[in-house]
Design a protein around this ligand. Structure first.
Ligand SMILES: Cc1ncc(COP(=O)(O)O)c(C=O)c1O
Length: 477
């Protein structure tokens, strides 16, 4: 790696970001080898003519993402586990595996009664902090424009596709042109569109176990065979998938915060997954539903940002940053699939998303409100997450252990082997608490037991304490 001064011509990219990108690129290209020592903070900062703190920020991020490892006084080294993504063979034939489908055991929904979030509701942004005034002003402005009332373009409203492409480049490290971005009304619509466009019906797919129930449901509806691949503390166990289901044509993953465990897929696993996809000619769908919300360090770059072989289809949503009723989600497809997806888009039944709302969302993003809102929510959710963790702490003696992950919009509370999380979640829901069990998200299969509890709409410590106390009374009754 050369250490010539890092300066971007526009001056808009912060120095620490430029240093981070430079080192990461050197590692990924193999210029910096696994186990190789990188310069000390002081030496590196001196060579670049920047403050030590600036280099420190870049190093911290690389350490957090697993590119570097610190070895105390010996210095900082490129992680031993890193191997660069290699070129792939793309012609492997599909060979679905026969495993019986499992029943859906999704818990009954009690969310959002009369516009009020149910206590501990999952995945719902803080509705009390949504900038309604600003949103209303933009809506009023756009409703006056004739174009906003027209029939929408099937692939999405041009300015929104542009705003999303720019946002994804800046915030998620994804290099995509606007025409690679398709706007759809929901994540499940993204899945349906991709399965149709890439002719995946009748093949088989890896899904995370435990995992977001609508993923497996959507795949089954499209007549794919669902192959459960376990998730451990490093995310999807790619080696297990490779060993048991090597010929699957698709993997659907949540790399930023695995849904529901909250674990981030490690860099090594990301590389293994991309290698498998490349070797098999398989596809990977990256469901990046809440990648923005990380409370320690920076948000991790998307898996798609490592996808040098164009095997990853990225799915994002505005549901988690803005509001789910907006019904605006999007996907990013590889350049060589744009025409195919465009065609599939024209034959889908949803007929496009309302242009008025797309126009408002486009302006909201392009004018910087989106980035500001995310920043504000990140701080707010870190506080609300801490409130719920604190409210649950006294119940550790009752067998509840909070597993604090670095990101996400809910907490996973381990309940150990003695308690039955399915029964607990059922009792909680009967008492009006929108709590889910980990077992239900594993489609009833045995394994780790726990409760999933959203914290985003808790407005004070008092409220958190009161709700947890009421929940515990309901559980013990
Ligand atoms: C894991 C996961 N993926 C995707 C979504 C998608 O959402 P939407 O259909 O609202 O875009 C959600 C929403 O809760 C989710 O939890």
């Amino acid at each position: 790696m050369t250490s010539s001064p890092v300066r971007d011509a526009s001056g808009t990219v912060p120095l620490h970001e430029q240093i981070y990108t430079r080192i990461r690129a050197s590692i990924e290209s193999g210029q910096l080898k696994p186990g190789q020592r990188v310069g000390s903070l002081r030496a590196f900062a001196g060579e670049l003519g920047v403050a030590r703190g600036t280099v420190q920020v870049a190093y911290d991020r690389l350490l957090g993402e697993g590119y570097l490892m610190a070895k105390g006084p010996a210095g900082t080294f490129v992680s031993e586990k890193i191997t660069s993504p290699r070129p792939h063979r793309l012609d492997a034939a599909p060979n679905p595996v026969n495993t019986p489908p499992e029943p859906d055991s999704t818990e009954v929904s009690i969310e959002m009664d009369g516009g009020v979030p149910a206590p501990f509701q999952l995945g719902l942004p803080a509705l009390d902090e949504f900038p309604r005034k600003l949103w209303t002003r933009l809506l009023t402005q756009h409703v006056r424009k004739a174009g906003s009332l027209a029939k929408p373009a099937p692939a999405g409203f041009g300015p929104l596709r542009e705003a999303l492409a720019a946002y994804l480049q800046r915030s998620r490290g994804i290099d995509a042109r606007p025409h690679q971005v398709f706007v759809v009304p929901a994540y499940t619509a993204s899945l349906a569109l991709i399965l149709d466009a890439l002719a995946l019906t009748g093949t088989s797919a890896w899904v995370e176990q435990p995992g977001y129930p609508p993923t497996a449901q959507s795949l089954r509806r499209a007549r794919l065979q669902v192959l459960n691949v376990p998730v451990d503390d490093q995310g999807l166990d790619v080696a297990y998938g490779r060993q048991h289901f090597p010929d699957a044509r698709l993997a659907v993953v949540t790399p930023s915060h695995q849904s529901p465990t909250g674990v981030a897929l490690t860099l090594q696993r990301r590389i293994e997954l991309l290698d498998w996809a490349g070797d098999q000619g398989a596809w990977v769908i990256e469901d990046d539903y809440d990648g923005e919300y990380r409370y320690r360090g920076h948000p991790l770059p998307a898996l798609k940002s490592l996808d040098t072989c164009d095997r990853v289809i990225y799915c994002g949503t505005l549901s988690k940053v803005l509001y789910p009723g907006l019904r605006l989600s999007y996907l990013v497809v590889p350049q060589n699939q744009v025409a195919t997806v465009d065609l599939a888009c024209r034959r889908t039944v949803h007929g496009g998303c309302p242009e008025l709302l797309q126009a408002v969302a486009a302006e909201f993003i392009a004018e910087g409100h989106f980035a500001r809102h995310i920043k504000h929510m990140r701080t707010l959710y870190a506080q609300r997450r801490a409130m719920l963790a604190q409210a649950l702490a006294p119940y550790e003696q009752d067998g509840l252990t909070v597993c604090l992950q670095d990101g996400g919009m809910h907490l996973l509370v381990d309940v150990g082997d003695e308690l039955d999380d399915l029964v607990m979640a059922r009792r909680a829901r009967e008492a009006g608490f929108a709590v889910h069990s980990l077992t239900a998200w594993r489609h009833g299969a045995p394994g780790r037991r726990g409760l999933l509890m959203g914290f985003t709409n808790l407005r004070s410590q008092d409220e958190a304490d009161r709700l947890v106390a009421e929940l515990m009374r309901a559980l013990k009754a």
